[in-house]
Design a binder for this molecule. Sequence first.
Ligand SMILES: Cc1cc2nc3c(=O)[nH]c(=O)nc-3n(C[C@H](O)[C@H](O)[C@H](O)COP(=O)(O)OP(=O)(O)OC[C@H]3O[C@@H](n4cnc5c(N)ncnc54)[C@H](O)[C@@H]3O)c2cc1C
Length: 349
Amino acid sequence: MPLYDVIIIGAGPIGCRTAELIVKKGFKVLLIEEDKKIGRPLKCTGLVSWRIKDLVEDVPPEVFLNTIFTARFYSGESYIEIKSDKPMYVMDRQKFDEHIFKRAKENGAKFKLGTKFLDFKRIEEGVLVKTTKGNFATKILVGCDGAISTVAKRAGLKQPGNVLVGLQTTVKGLFERDVVEVLLDASPDFFGWVVPESIEKARIGIASKKNAFKHFKALLKRRVGKYYPPDVRGVIRYGLMKKTVADNLLVVGDAATQVKPFSGGGLVYGLMSAKIASIACIKALKFERFDEGFLKENYEKVWKEKLKWPIIKGMILRKLSEKIPTWMCRIVFNPLTKFIAENFDVDLL
Ligand SMILES: Cc1cc2nc3c(=O)[nH]c(=O)nc-3n(C[C@H](O)[C@H](O)[C@H](O)COP(=O)(O)OP(=O)(O)OC[C@H]3O[C@@H](n4cnc5c(N)ncnc54)[C@H](O)[C@@H]3O)c2cc1C
């Protein structure tokens, strides 16, 4: 049985990016993905900050469908509006995932699609990875298997219990091209959203801990007068995970809840962490140090230095937004609008 340097579970954007950065340094990387097609099924709105272009090189222009500078936060008919001088992009998420996949593949990463990770056990050389298509051996196992991570579960790394179900559909109509609508009262514990792809097409969705379908139907009725079945569905998990490493093992991306707790966005934090994870794996392979302590020092400590406070701030904002009505926000925020716009950073939401 060949011994890989790194096996990554999950060929989503975070798994593929981590693979690309490790394989470029000459190490043997295998990605194991349960789905047969990259980027499918869709489970994302594809709204990201300007930072995405710093985090992934050479993203083809056709990935970016729309550029937005305004976020409007609604409660009923009343709203507050924040205009930023930095853009947010609406992406074709499938094309984005395909781009990162292609980069990993062209640089030499091996893929096994349609193969489900089941379990692992420690062996002398590192880890034996059990899948539906046989066993594979590796020095390091990386879990990039999303919000319901089997790798985290099998390794005893507890994911936080804050779990939302997200539903979304793409609707034709007339929309303001430059405005993202955040409908704070559309969900009891999150929000609804309208993200325009163009003046005549928008992604309308909702996330909620309970009764997501009920809230989704009500939102569509309110916003476009008619129900459309969801074309995107997925789970958003948020919170600060205590432990993201074990001997020979780490988790990255949604699997490590590197997700913005207010907005549920995970691409920017996940891609930032993919870079840190790749550096830690390369170092571990060079020094042949695969113990939990080494991975904690070189991965967990480093990503938490960058993201622990943004995640904690996001958790506070999430709690506040569930408690404070928008009319109260108006009183507090309106006099500060200019200051907020100048200092607005969507990656803290
Ligand atoms: C409704 C919704 C809207 C969202 N909107 C946004 C947004 O606008 N902006 C943003 O930044 N983020 C958004 N997100 C979050 C974003 O989609 C995730 O943060 C991002 O996809 C994380 O990437 P990942 O690679 O960590 O995980 P994923 O993209 O979930 O990839 C994990 C991969 O692992 C595979 N896998 C899982 N289990 C196994 C197994 N046992 N064996 C083999 N393979 C396995 C899966 O098939 C999948 O391909 C949204 C999420 C939802 C649900």
